[in-house]
Design a protein around this ligand. Structure first.
Ligand code: CMP
Length: 435
């Protein structure tokens, strides 16, 4: 059957902007509906127009919901019947209650307009989505939302306070709506924050009962907000915190084992480099949890700049590059470290990603070559099946990628052109040494 109305793409720009707009309308409705009720403003003129506009937006939103495919348990439900069933079982009732024209039934039903606030439940959904998409730091996001809920609660309490007669607020505050609201909001905030100066107090039994409710909720809420803020601030930069904990542990260990000071300095330098170059993350640990296809995509993305530096990869096909990337393991050396020495048995070759290394004689005095990012070394021992023909020493902090002998041979079997190239290079480097 042909669909009369087109499907809406749930991830498309239109739906995203629409959702944001509806959320804004929900907040507007949540602020203005209690205000109108508290001040008993008649629904006419501009207020009526606003009311009708917001209701029309909410109705349109419900219609769009019937046209937007949804994900249920990871499966996309695109049939109109499936979408409707999902919506009717979920948010539909709540959305319907929020658009119902209660005012038409007469003043006694007017209070039910507050049911519009039910739509605020959508905000929780929106927040989850923002958190998932990592738009801003999750802790900052939670703080913003918590602030919003507390402010809204204070607003509702202030409106209810006004509706109940506002206690002993004093006639100088009742002359204007804005002043009355300001003073009532002040009462709500001081009560919620458990400050309670006692300058605005309840006078009727209803006001007293309401004040008790706000005080009790306020005390709980206030404690909760403080606790959440404290923990959120502590978690704001969780990478930094975790890294600092690791450094503390290393420092304690070094002090306990009386590690010589120069070595301690070298170790600290290594951790500084780890933080500067990769924010303390060990790539291989993070990537290990990912399935192979995703790991490959992330590796290609991270190492793109490294690959661009390596001339032999320029003409290499995607298949070779992917195969290599999957098996490269990062390793770091600090200045002056030997990656290996002449005569060692070689089990890996290396690609220089960052920093420089020097190829030096056994005594470390003669420098045969200095290799910068994009170079590679250690292939000769693997290709010609012999011990290392020189020492390699780190000049700066160097980030290397290592490729294990077994993997290299497997790759070479598959890609003969790469094999020929490496063979020629290994032989030429060999000859240079003999000169
Ligand atoms: P291998 O013999 O495995 O270990 C030492 C490495 O240094 C060697 O492989 C080459 O990759 C590299 N190497 C040796 N001589 C030179 C040179 N003259 N220029 C650049 N690299 C070299």
């Amino acid at each position: 059957m042909k669909k009369i109305l087109p499907d809406i793409d749930p991830e498309g720009r239109f739906k995203q902007s629409w959702d944001a707009f509806i959320l804004l309308m929900t907040v507007v409705a949540a602020v203005e509906t209690p205000l109108k009720l508290a001040f008993q403003m008649p629904l006419q003129g501009g207020l009526l127009a606003l009311e009708l506009f917001i209701t029309a937006c909410f109705v349109a939103d419900m219609v769009l919901n019937f046209l937007t495919p949804v994900q249920v348990n990871g499966q996309v439900v695109g049939s109109r019947r499936g979408i409707a069933a999902h919506y009717l079982k979920g948010w539909f009732v709540l959305d319907l209650l929020s658009i119902f024209p209660w005012a038409l039934f007469g003043p006694a039903w007017e209070g039910l307009r507050l049911l519009r606030l039910l739509r605020l439940a959508h905000i929780a959904k929106f927040m989850q989505k923002m958190a998932k998409e990592n738009v801003i730091n999750a802790s900052v996001l939670r703080m913003i939302f918590l602030g919003f809920w507390v402010a809204l609660f204070a607003h509702l309490a202030a409106c209810a306070w006004i509706a109940m007669g506002a206690g002993n607020i004093g006639h100088e505050w009742t002359a204007q709506r804005s002043l009355l609201y300001l003073r009532s909001f002040y009462w709500a905030v001081t009560t919620i924050a458990t400050i309670g100066y006692g300058d605005v107090t309840p006078v009727t039994p209803l006001q007293t009962g309401f004040a008790i409710v706000v005080e009790v909720i306020g005390a709980g809420l206030y404690g909760y907000v403080i606790a959440i803020f404290a923990s959120l601030i502590a978690n704001l930069d969780s990478a930094r915190r975790k890294f600092s904990e690791q450094i503390d542990e290393i420092n304690n260990f070094m002090r306990f084992r009386k590690i010589p000071l120069p070595l301690q300095r070298q170790i600290r330098g290594y951790y500084d480099h780890l933080w500067e170059s990769r924010r303390g993350y060990h790539e291989s640990h993070v990537l290990a949890d990912l399935p192979e296809s995703l790991r490959l995509k992330v590796s290609i993305f991270i190492n793109k700049s490294m690959l661009e530096k390596v001339p032999i990869f320029e003409g290499a096909g995607d298949a070779l590059v992917e195969e290599l990337l999957l098996h490269l393991k990062p390793s770091i050396f600090t200045p002056g470290d030997y990656v290996f020495r002449t005569g060692d048995v070689g089990d890996c070759m290396y690609f220089v990603n960052n920093g420089r290394v020097e190829v030096v004689s056994s005594d470390g005095k003669t420098v045969f070559a200095t290799l910068s990012p994009g170079s590679y070394f250690g292939e000769t021992a693997l290709i010609l099946n012999q011990p290392r023909n020189a020492c390699v020493r780190a000049v700066d902090y160097v980030d290397l990628y290592t490729l294990h002998r077994g993997t290299l041979h497997r790759i070479l079997e598959k890609f003969p052109a790469f094999q020929t190239h490496l063979h020629e290079l290994a032989t030429s480097r060999q000859v240079e040494h003999k000169k």
